[in-house]
Design a protein around this ligand. Structure first.
Ligand SMILES: Cc1cc2nc3c(=O)[nH]c(=O)nc-3n(C[C@H](O)[C@H](O)[C@H](O)COP(=O)(O)O)c2cc1C
Length: 194
């Protein structure tokens, strides 16, 4: 867990498919509300789909940069916030909000629990990749409507993230955003009592 990083710098050599399959087993072992297993995984292989996703990121990232000014804008512009140019494996992971699986158990009052289930599964996948010497980068700087159009995604699916996977160039115990001076982790875990 200490060495699980969000990775944006990947080697370009291919990932062993058998290892990737073992890492993806995390999804079948993950918890999900009502046992709904609402995750939907698209593997983005074609040049066309990858180019559309990268263009989507670039546009969204330029817009995000415009929201900052001064030193913060300068720092933001230096950050590498995606490995989409290099990562050998790329997945768009969705939550199927319309799934009948699980018969609605636990998701009646809070349907967002289905999305939390996908996030829980992604976290297991992330750790499993790390345990197999691979890294994952979560890309959220992306316009989900445009991506759904470009990838021809069913209307009930909501984007959880665009994920870059591959062998990390380097391993570190410190988040890259911390190393780049953008933000720091809490020194201790704040816990409130009631
Ligand atoms: C929901 C979510 C969305 C994220 N989106 C991005 C992103 O678009 N680009 C990026 O570079 N990192 C993204 N990250 C990675 C975080 O910046 C990273 O987890 C955080 O800085 C802590 O670093 P660490 O994961 O290496 O511990 C995202 C992480 C999460 C959990």
């Amino acid at each position: 867990m200490r060495l699980r990083r969000d990775v944006r710098r990947f080697r370009t050599d291919p990932v062993d498919e058998a290892v990737l399959a073992r890492c993806l087993d995390a999804f079948s072992m993950a918890p999900s509300v009502g046992l709904s297993e609402p995750w939907r995984i698209l593997r983005i292989n074609s040049e066309t789909a990858r180019a559309a996703a990268l263009k989507n990121f670039t546009t969204a990232n330029d817009q995000a940069l415009n929201g900052y000014s001064g030193d913060q804008a300068e720092t933001y512009s230096r950050l590498k916030l995606t490995g989409m140019q290099e990562a050998p494996v790329q997945l768009a992971i969705y939550c199927d909000d319309g799934t009948a699986k699980g018969h609605g158990l636990g998701a009646g009052i809070m349907p967002e629990m289905r999305r939390y289930s996908v996030v829980a599964a992604v976290t297991l996948f992330w750790l499993n990749l790390r345990a197999h010497g691979l890294g994952l980068g979560w890309v959220s700087i992306i316009d989900p409507k445009q991506l759904a159009h470009d990838l021809d995604v069913p209307s009930d699916w909501r984007l959880i993230g665009y994920f870059c996977i591959g062998t990390p160039e380097a391993i570190s115990d410190t988040p890259e955003l911390e190393r780049e001076g953008w933000e720091h982790r809490h020194a201790s875990l704040p816990i409130e009592t009631r």
